[in-house]
Design a protein around this ligand. Structure first.
Ligand SMILES: Cc1cc2nc3c(=O)[nH]c(=O)nc-3n(C[C@H](O)[C@H](O)[C@H](O)COP(=O)(O)OP(=O)(O)OC[C@H]3O[C@@H](n4cnc5c(N)ncnc54)[C@H](O)[C@@H]3O)c2cc1C
Length: 404
C-alpha cells in the first residue's frame, strides 16, 4: 500500500487547485491525485468554448445558490485572488466587459498547463486511469481502493454534468459512504425543451435583449439576455440559467411555463399604440413582414400566428386595433410550455450535491469525518453562467488544500 499525507480524488479544476494549495501551504508533504480518466483536466479544456472563462470579477456570495455557505471561501479566495493565483503560475489573463476573465492566450489549455506544470514542479504524484471506487477511514487513516493510504483525503470528483469529461457522479457514493447526505441533483446551465409545435420553424433564430420569466406553481425565476431557439426548445445563457428550475418542475410533474418578453424596454400599452401607428404607415405591405422592424422575420411570423392574425396573402391595412393588442401581448408574453431540459449529458453544471450543512465553510472539512474535505462542484453549490462555477471550483479547492 502506498502512503501519502494527502490523497485527492479528481484531477480537474478543484482537485488540481487543492493539490497546489496543499503543496504551497505544507511544503514537503506527500500528495497524490487520483484521476479516473487517462488525462488530467479534461473538463477545463472544454470550458468557455475552449477559452476557459476561469472566473468573473463580479462573483460574490449572492451569485451562488447558498450565499451563506459560499461567503467565507469567496472572501478568502475572491476572483482577484484566484486570478492572482494563476498569475503566480505565469498565466496572463484579461477581463471582458461582462467581468468574465479569460487567459490572455484565449486558450483553455494554457490554464490547464499552468496547473499541470506547477503540480509537476511541486513533485505531486498524479495517477491517471485510477478511479476512486472505495474509501474508508480506519485507525486514523484513509484507505483508498485498498491501494493507497493517507492522513487527509479530499474529494474533488465534480458533479454529474457532462460525463464525457469525467464527472459521472461517482463521487456521490464515496461521500455517502462517509455518512454525507446528497441533496436532489438537477442539470443546470443546459438548454430547455419546450413543446415542439411552439417553436416550429424557429430553429437557429436569435432574439437579443429579451426577458424570460419562468413560472411553475410556487417556483418563479427570471433572466435576461440573448435567446436562441433550438429544434425543440430554447438555449442561450438566459434560457440555460432557468434550466434547473425547469428540471425541478418536470421532476415534480407540475406544469411549467417560460414567458418571453421580446421588448422588455417598452410597456405593453405603448407597444399597442406603436403597432397601430405602424400598421397605418406600412399600409399595403405583406403582413408577414409587419414585424420585421422589431423581430427577426420567422419570429415575427410566429408571433402573428400566435396572435391569430391571418397571414395567407393578407396585407397590413387589415390589422385592427384588437389585432394590434393581441400582437403586442404575444411580443410581451410569448408563452412556451416547458417539457424538460437537455439533461446532464449537455449540462454545464450540477445543481445539488453534498449537503453543505455537514461541511465547515471556513475550511471545507467534513463535520462528520475529521481529515475528509470536499471542494468544487460535488458540493451543493452552483452559480450563474460566466466564470462563476470555475471561480467556486478554484476558490474551494484552494481553501480545502490549506487542510485547515
Ligand atoms: C461544456 C462546459 C463548459 C463550461 N464552461 C465554463 C466556464 O467557461 N466557466 C465556468 O466557470 N464554468 C464552466 N463550466 C463548469 C465548470 O467546468 C465546472 O463547474 C468545474 O469544472 C467543476 O470543477 P470540479 O473540479 O469540481 O469538477 P470537474 O471539473 O468535473 O472535475 C472532476 C474530476 O474528477 C474526476 N473524477 C470523477 N470521478 C472520479 C473518481 N471516482 N475517481 C477519480 N477521479 C474522478 C473527473 O474525471 C474529473 O477530472 C463548464 C462546464 C461544461 C461541461
Amino acid at each position: 500500500m502506498k502512503h501519502y499525507d494527502l490523497c485527492i480524488a479528481g484531477a480537474c479544476a478543484s482537485g488540481l487547485a487543492a493539490a497546489l494549495s496543499a503543496a504551497k501551504n505544507h511544503p514537503g508533504i506527500g500528495i497524490a491525485v487520483l484521476e479516473k480518466l487517462p488525462r488530467t483536466g479534461k473538463k477545463i479544456l472544454v470550458t468557455g468554448n475552449g477559452r476557459c472563462n476561469l472566473t468573473n470579477v463580479n462573483a460574490v456570495p449572492g451569485s451562488y445558490n447558498n450565499p451563506a455557505f459560499a461567503a467565507p471561501c469567496l472572501e478568502k479566495y475572491s476572483p482577484e485572488k484566484v486570478t492572482g493565483f494563476f498569475g503566480s503560475l505565469g498565466l496572463l489573463t484579461y477581463t471582458d466587459s461582462a467581468g468574465r476573465v479569460y487567459p490572455r492566450s484565449n486558450t483553455a489549455s494554457s490554464v490547464l498547463d499552468s496547473l499541470r506544470f506547477a503540480a509537476e514542479k511541486y513533485g505531486i504524484d498524479i495517477f491517471t486511469e485510477t478511479p476512486v471506487t472505495s474509501a474508508v477511514k480506519k485507525d486514523g487513516e484513509f484507505i483508498i481502493n485498498n491501494e493507497f493510504s493517507c492522513d487527509k483525503f479530499i474529494i474533488a470528483t465534480g458533479g454529474k454534468a457532462s460525463s464525457p469529461q469525467g464527472s459521472d457522479g461517482s463521487g456521490y457514493p464515496l461521500a455517502k459512504s462517509f455518512g454525507h447526505i446528497i441533496t436532489p441533483l438537477f442539470p443546470s446551465l443546459v438548454p430547455v425543451n419546450t413543446k415542439p409545435d411552439e417553436v416550429r420553424g424557429l430553429k437557429g433564430v436569435r432574439a437579443a435583449n429579451v426577458r424570460l420569466t419562468f413560472s411553475a406553481e410556487d417556483i418563479n425565476a427570471s433572466s435576461e439576455g440573448e435567446l436562441l431557439f433550438t429544434e425543440n426548445g430554447i438555449s442561450g445563457i438566459c434560457a440555460m440559467e432557468l434550466a434547473s428550475f425547469a428540471a425541478k418542475a418536470v421532476a415534480k410533474k407540475i406544469p411549467a411555463y417560460i414567458k418571453v418578453d421580446f421588448l422588455p424596454e417598452m410597456a405593453e400599452e405603448s407597444l399597442e399604440k406603436y403597432l397601430s401607428d405602424t400598421a397605418r404607415s406600412k399600409c399595403g405591405e405583406p403582413i408577414d413582414s409587419f414585424l420585421t422592424g422589431i423581430l427577426p422575420k420567422p419570429l415575427g411570423i410566429a408571433v402573428l400566428k400566435k396572435a391569430q392574425v391571418y397571414l395567407g396573402g393578407s396585407q397590413v391595412e387589415e390589422i385592427s386595433t384588437g389585432m394590434a393588442k393581441a400582437i403586442a401581448k404575444e411580443i410581451k408574453e410569448f408563452t412556451l410550455t416547458v417539457t424538460g431540459t437537455k439533461g446532464f449529458e449537455n449540462a454545464q453544471v450540477t445543481k445539488g450535491g453534498v449537503d453543505t450543512s455537514d461541511i465547515n465553510p471556513e475550511t471545507m472539512e467534513s463535520l462528520l469525518v475529521p481529515g475528509l474535505y470536499f471542494c468544487g462542484e460535488i458540493i451543493d453549490i452552483d452559480g450563474l453562467c460566466g466564470g462563476f462555477n470555475l471561480q467556486w471550483a478554484f476558490a474551494s479547492g484552494l481553501l480545502a488544500g490549506e487542510l485547515g
